[in-house]
Design a protein around this ligand. Structure first.
Ligand code: FDA
Length: 497
């Protein structure tokens, strides 16, 4: 309600926002969550809530009239198509040098992601978040995050025999033939459900190629975990299709938050003003960074420090495909949920997930998403001429990540006498290097904030999402985002309530 006064307002309903809202509600606090995307709780005309990867429609993209698929081409042909303008689930947000993919809706990135739920190796943690106590994270907060997210591992015996992971077994064999360790990657997908999909006894999700545009059945998105717990407290109100546009100190204390209510074509229907005692920025690395950069530059929150907008990285994401010989068929049925990776982090700076290419036909292709130790960091800045926030990332900054990924795939290609695919990211383009799925940083812990996410310069303002992590987590990020949020909110509840 416009004019309302709330104790706590949380901007965004992804991992960081969900952890904050749940723990605050359990501590007895009433929480208002504001989410610019849709609720994703109502089936469309086809009876399903989410669209399939092979048949994108308006539900698939955030306010676009043309899809922008991460794999833009197949066998040399562009595969993007026209769709109706709609507040769809996947945002392909374009900056000058990189497209940043993000989830939009109640559940944030958990709606669109692959569910790969990876805890970094302990020895790598000090480089990820140097000011955070390693024992506390590995003894308390990572286990807490893994339990609440519902993380599980594929049954290795089933992996060895099921048709839908033929592609991953080829990935394992080829990694091992080149001397690289292959590791199973945990996921929040319900593995028992997937076994039933393979038996044909339940509606298919992973085995119907669902990923990127939502998952109708087997994946435990935040809707089924943290947000279900949040609803059970009865103390949290969630407002979808509401976008925060401003936060500024209010006369007499607290913060005035301005919110646009939007319709499903993105038009503002109402503008609301809410007074909040405390505000948690959980709009994701890009969303939080854009808001804070704009608010500092335009004089709404001038006391935020100079670290705002700094330290942004792409988690070293690069994608690549390889063409196999006919004896290494990868299967026409591919589970959309990756379950294994190639670990060359210590020696080559790359951790490569063996990813599906669920086209429904045999492609003889192996496909990988690599996370690399790319050291490049960008910054957000306010552009007064366009009234927008820019990101300084440049296309050429992916090169270190490509070189690190090549530490794995050049060797595999040499061993197998195979070549890279050059038809997936354009015409004669080998590397998927114009995008990231893993934006991190922009309000870095212990720099833009104190060591628990309190924004410097104001009391009662917090960052509690991927913006806290300076650019890289060595693996997929959401378990670390969740665990860090669990750690920070515990400290905030103990000292600030
Ligand atoms: P997150 O982005 O989840 O949530 C932020 C929310 O805030 C969004 O719902 C957004 O709409 C909302 N918002 C933004 N601005 C707002 C405003 N002004 N007002 C109101 N609301 C606003 N990670 C991983 O660990 N394993 C994986 O397998 C994958 N796979 C993957 C695939 C794809 C396609 C994508 C796009 C991403 C992944 N990821 C992933 C990344 C992972 O999903 C991501 O790191 C987390 O969702 C980030 O969590 P946050 O809490 O930081 O924000």
């Amino acid at each position: 309600q416009s004019g309302a006064h709330v104790p706590v307002l949380v901007i965004g309903t992804g991992y960081g926002g969900s952890v904050a809202a749940l723990r605050l509600a359990q501590a007895g606090v009433d929480v208002q969550m504001v989410e610019m995307g849709m609720a994703w709780d109502t089936p469309g005309a086809d009876g399903k809530i989410f669209a399939n990867t092979t048949n994108p429609d308006g539900r698939s993209y955030w306010l676009r009239t043309h899809t922008k698929q991460p794999l833009s081409n197949f066998l040399g042909f562009p595969i993007d198509r026209e769709i109706p303008l709609y507040t769809g689930i996947l945002d392909a947000e374009e900056f000058a040098g990189i497209t940043v993919y993000q989830g939009r809706g109640v559940g944030g990135g958990s709606l669109v992601n692959g569910g790969m739920a990876v805890t970094p190796k302990r020895e790598n943690f000090p480089a990820i978040l140097p000011s955070v106590n390693v024992d506390e994270m590995y003894n308390t907060y990572y286990p807490r995050a893994n339990t609440n997210l519902g993380v599980g591992l594929i049954d290795p015996a089933w992996f060895d025999t099921t048709d839908c992971y033929q592609y991953a077994r080829v990935g394992r064999k080829q990694a091992q033939r080149s001397g690289f360790p292959f590791v199973f990657v945990p996921d929040v997908y319900d593995w028992d459900y997937m076994k039933q999909e393979a038996l044909g006894t339940v509606p298919k999700s992973a085995l119907a190629g669902e990923i990127l545009y939502g998952n109708n059945y087997g994946k435990k998105s935040l809707q089924k975990t943290y947000i279900a717990q949040i609803r059970a407290t009865g103390k949290v109100n969630i407002s979808p299709l509401h976008k925060v546009t401003s936060v500024a100190p209010a006369v007499g204390g607290g913060y005035t938050v301005q919110i646009d209510q939007i319709d499903t074509t993105g038009n503002t229907t109402t503008t609301k003003t809410v007074l909040a005692d405390k505000v948690f920025f959980a709009a994701g690395s890009v969303g939080t960074s854009k808001l804070l950069t704009m608010l500092k530059a335009t004089g709404k929150l001038p006391n935020l420090n100079g670290q705002i907008g700094q330290g942004w990285g792409d988690n070293g994401n690069v994608m690549v495909g390889r063409a196999n010989w006919w004896w290494d068929a990868t299967g026409s049925l591919q589970a959309s949920i990756p379950c294994g990776g190639i670990d060359n982090w210590a020696a080559g700076g790359a951790f490569a997930e063996v990813a599906p290419l669920p086209t429904g036909i045999e492609t003889y292709a192996s496909f990988y998403l690599s996370i690399t130790k790319n050291p490049n960091r960008a910054q957000f800045s306010w552009n007064a001429a366009t009234n927008k926030v820019d990101l300084s990332w440049q296309q050429a900054w992916k090169q270190p990540g490509i070189d690190m990924a090549r530490s794995i795939f050049d060797k595999i290609n040499a061993t197998e006498a195979t070549v890279y695919r050059s038809d997936l990211f354009g015409v004669n383009k080998i590397w998927g290097d114009l995008l990231t799925y893993h934006p991190l940083g922009g309000a870095v812990l212990n720099k833009a904030t104190d060591n628990y996410g309190r924004l410097q310069g104001y009391s009662g303002l917090y960052a509690i999402d991927g913006s806290l992590i300076p650019g890289n987590t060595s693996v997929n990020p959401f378990v670390t985002i969740t665990a860090l949020a669990e750690r920070n909110i515990e400290n905030i509840i103990a000292h600030d309530l």
